[in-house]
Ligand binder design. Structure first.
Ligand code: GLN
Length: 542
């Protein structure tokens, strides 16, 4: 039977609970255990799909088409296990189910309440489908004391009581601030946070404390005493240069050992973290560097591009180079010659995006890359904008546009209202709901034999994850191909363009899907390896 590890946070948000959970998962995996990670998000949205990246960072899409929290990306990258719909739940989704049941009459005669109905739904979610796993790590979003988090904390408290003795362990992650004027680290916020947790009936077994410097013995003792946690179970979580150092760092501080100890597990195999050491070694000892421009819209908030950044790191590892990222707000160079900002980069990447704002800047970036033989990688919106650019400037369709921008001009990129998913037909309306209605999740694509992209993948049959509402219009295929942009991959029925490339350019590829979601440190995505490799060849720095 699976053992449960509940990870909660306190003091402030953004302490890296997701990363801590993923790193612990990786350390337990390194001891030969099978782990599953799940995320409980207390906010009211049904999923983060409709939230702005400014609010919530990247929306991570799973193979089975769920729009989930970006922490699931960390989970996948660190453990290699593909996440699914059942790994992330929100208050909104729980209430949606409960209210549907109530309307159906399933509770007939009963009053529907937070306890037991909401807490039962949360517990069922946590316990469901865990056969075959040794450890299930459940991270609770937000911080202890948040109003919307209460049912989740209550549910995991109840589970501690209901699971067989010794099957649940609680980890609390807090912050130990250093007050410069006093020259001291302060334990009080952590004490208060643990007090809050204990007031709802949860005594943490392990305390992880984020801090930017060594914790003096005295502070550690104090934390142990006031928070009622064994001194050896107070684990310092120091800032790391790279997230890939975290599993090694936490292991060194004894995190996985303390978890096993809290479960009373003895005789566990020792952890083999050599593959992590290799990654960290590669990161610390690159043979050269390249600079990639990312031309986007949410560039002030790097979390909006979490998987993309990591996939580029992986591509760098595959090529033994450090990848420097130059973030460019596309709007900023609209109406200006892009050369001033793009001339010194080794590659240009236009990532996914939504809406008209900044689109012309992305089109200008694609044009600059095409005309100056700079490697160009267009992802989703970045492919659509490259196609609009080619339609305007290569095929002579000066009014080429996307119907996402209001329906004026030539709809080279258009709204999809019907498409095939396996043998089934998916149908949407322009006026339909926004939540959960895009083309989402894994779809097969067929690549053209002899194309550059087929060569990169080493196969013509691929499956990649999607998240978009618009699609390059296949009706323009002939015109664009005659002008030099080849539709090198399509959906298996040939109706939806999946990839484009310009054969006369050293490296110009657009993909309608999100390859960054499937890249892992141990398995860099072939497109990112190839793109960074092309940038390295184009590099004046190596
Ligand atoms: N806005 C575009 C669409 O919906 C692209 C989406 C994306 O880049 N993920 O098709």
């Amino acid at each position: 039977m699976a053992r449960y590890i509940f990870i909660t946070g306190g003091v402030v948000s953004s302490l890296g609970k997701g990363l801590a959970s993923a790193a612990l998962g990786a350390a337990l995996q390194a001891r030969g255990y099978k782990v599953r990670l799940r995320k409980l998000d207390p906010y009211l949205n049904v999923d983060p799909g409709t939230m702005s990246p400014y609010q919530h960072g990247e929306c991570y899409v799973t193979d089975d088409g769920a729009e989930t929290d970006l922490d699931l990306g960390h989970y996948e990258r660190f453990t290699g296990r593909s996440a699914n719909k059942q790994d992330n739940i929100t208050t909104g989704r729980i209430y949606q189910e409960i209210i549907a049941k109530e309307r159906r009459g399933d509770y007939l005669g009963g009053t529907v309440q937070v306890i037991p109905h909401v807490t039962d739904a949360i517990k069922n979610f946590v316990l469901d489908g865990n056969e075959g796993y040794d450890f299930v790590l459940c991270e609770i979003g937000g911080t202890v004391g948040d109003i919307e988090g209460l049912p989740f904390f209550e549910a995991i408290r109840q589970l501690g009581n209901e699971l067989p003795r010794g099957q649940a362990v609680y980890i609390h992650l807090t912050l130990l601030p250093y007050i410069a004027s006093a020259g001291e680290m302060k334990t009080k916020p952590t004490q208060h946070s643990v007090k809050e947790l204990r007031s709802i009936g949860i005594q943490p077994d392990i305390l992880m404390v984020r801090c930017d410097r060594q914790i003096p013995e005295n502070e550690r003792r104090k934390l142990s005493q006031f928070c009622n946690v064994r001194p050896e179970a107070v684990i310092p979580a120091y800032d790391a240069k790279s997230i890939y150092e975290v599993p090694l760092a936490y292991h060194k501080e004894g995190l996985d050992e303390q978890v096993l100890d809290a479960f009373d597990i003895t005789g566990s195999p020792s952890a083999d973290l050599s593959r992590w050491e290799k990654i960290v070694d590669g990161l610390h000892n690159p043979e050269g560097e390249v600079t990639i421009a990312i031309v986007g819209k949410y560039t002030v908030l790097k979390d909006a591009y979490k998987s993309l950044i990591e996939a580029l790191v992986h591509g760098g590892l595959a090529n033994s180079v450090k990848v420097n990222l130059k973030w460019l707000e596309s709007e900023a160079f609209e109406g200006q010659d892009p050369a001033s900002v793009l001339e010194n980069v080794n590659g240009i990447l236009v990532p996914g995006g939504f809406g008209e704002r900044g689109a012309e800047g992305k089109i200008a970036a694609a044009k600059y890359a095409r005309e100056n033989n700079i490697p160009y990688f267009g992802i989703c919106f970045g492919m659509q904008m490259a196609v609009v650019e080619a339609a305007r400037n290569l095929a002579g369709l000066s009014a080429a546009s996307s119907s996402e921008f209001g329906g004026e001009g030539e709809p080279v990129v258009g709204l999809m209202t019907e498409w095939a998913k396996g043998n089934a037909k998916e149908v949407r309306e322009a006026t339909g709901d926004l939540g959960g209605t895009m083309r989402l999740g894994a779809y097969d694509a067929r690549l053209k034999e002899g194309s550059k992209i087929a060569e990169i993948y080493g196969t013509c049959d691929i499956s990649e994850r999607h998240r978009h509402r618009y699609e390059v219009n296949i009706a323009y295929r002939e015109q664009l191909e005659n002008a030099g942009m080849v539709f090198s991959g399509t959906s298996p029925d040939g109706v939806l363009p999946e990839t484009v490339e310009i054969p006369s350019h050293p490296w110009f590829i657009g993909v309608q899907y999100h390859p960054e979601l499937k890249s892992r440190p141990f398995e860099p995505h072939p497109l990112f390896s190839a793109f960074v490799g092309a940038a390295r060849n184009n590099s004046r720095l190596v």
